[in-house]
Design a protein around this ligand. Structure first.
Ligand code: 13P
Ligand code: SF4
Length: 313
């Protein structure tokens, strides 16, 4: 089927089934353009909590769809491709994680939203890259903290807040491959450009950056800043919205390495328009979770939403 036909059918199914399509900024442009709402991890969880649709179609990865299910358990949550995982979530299997938590009974557990629902059940509070600093700061200075699973984001927050959180050894396979050599080369070629980076990048990249922030924060920065050229150290999908918001500005994606011209998340990019259409038509693959997991995982997510009331929506 051609894209125009798929788009028409998806729109019909949306009405017929009272479905809402939530898409992360890392989705392919066609999916972003047909979505009812596009956002970063925090914005999407806020939307999932408040929607009155019967079906949530999550154009993102597995942990995001699980979060939507936890927040709206009575709704059917669909993910176009069940293999759309995340290297961060995979780095923290529940068994190892729960043992680690039990070994540190005096620590509170702060977990990045990029983790499985099972891991969320072992957490005191969930964070995203938009609200992590604010939430870490909400704990007393002398409170011992575990931060999992992203060691790069954790180290970045330790640096900003002066905390000494115990870090889980996980990383985003997309952001971790972004190298300073590639950035320095681009900076020499474009001395008038500002470098913006996602905090999942390694420390040497973040040190070079003019602005570090979540996907939505980077988008907002490029729209508001007077600079007209940006070197972008994150996943490629966000460029679509940056270019839409600022058509006269130039965006240069940092190549992950010399042999690769883009930083595409292999999991995010598993979703296609065709899979989106088929999952809406067949109402599967569906995300299912036990009542027990939903109940336990909901607490730290709700705590995050409560603590994020003034963070970008
Ligand atoms: P944010 O959407 O919070 O910026 O996170 C980026 C990411 O890697 C999502 O998987
Ligand atoms: Fe996970 Fe990284 Fe892909 Fe985000 S970009 S889903 S953190 S692997």
């Amino acid at each position: 089927m051609k894209n125009e036909e798929l788009i028409k059918k998806i729109q019909e199914l949306k009405k017929e089934k009272n479905a809402v399509i939530l898409a992360h900024y890392y989705q392919v442009a066609e999916i972003q353009d047909i979505a009812d709402f596009i956002g970063d991890s925090l914005q999407l969880s806020q939307k999932a909590a408040e929607t009155d649709a019967d079906i949530i179609v999550f154009a993102g990865v597995h942990f995001m769809a699980e979060t939507a299910k936890i927040l709206s358990p009575s709704k059917k949550v669909l993910l176009p491709d069940l293999d759309a995982g995340c290297s961060l979530a995979a780095s923290a299997p529940e068994k190892e994680f729960s043992e680690f938590v039990k070994q540190h009974p005096d620590h509170k557990v702060i977990t990045y939203i990029n983790c499985t629902a099972a891991v969320k059940t072992w957490s005191d509070v969930i964070v995203t890259s938009s609200n992590a600093v604010k939430i870490v700061e909400s704990f007393p200075k002398d409170q011992k903290l575990i931060f999992a699973p992203d060691k790069n984001l954790g180290a970045y927050i330790n640096g900003l807040t002066g905390r000494d959180m115990l870090l889980w050894d996980g990383a985003c396979e997309v952001h971790e491959t972004i190298r300073t050599e590639s950035i320095l080369k681009l900076k020499l070629e474009h001395p008038d450009a500002k470098l913006i980076a996602h905090p999942e990048c390694k420390k040497p990249v973040l040190i070079l950056a003019d602005f570090v922030g979540s996907t939505a924060a980077m988008l907002g920065f490029t729209a508001k800043d007077s600079c007209t050229k940006f070197i972008v150290a994150t996943e490629t999908g966000i460029i679509h919205q940056m270019q839409k918001l600022s058509p006269d500005k130039q965006f240069i994606v940092v190549p992950a390495d010399e042999t690769c011209a883009c930083n595409d998340c292999p999991y995010m990019k598993l979703n296609t328009l065709e899979k989106l259409y088929l999952c809406m038509l067949n109402e599967k693959p569906e995300i299912t979770l036990s009542d027990e997991v939903i109940e336990k995982a909901k607490k730290p997510i709700l705590r995050m939403l409560e603590l994020s009331k003034n963070v970008a929506k």
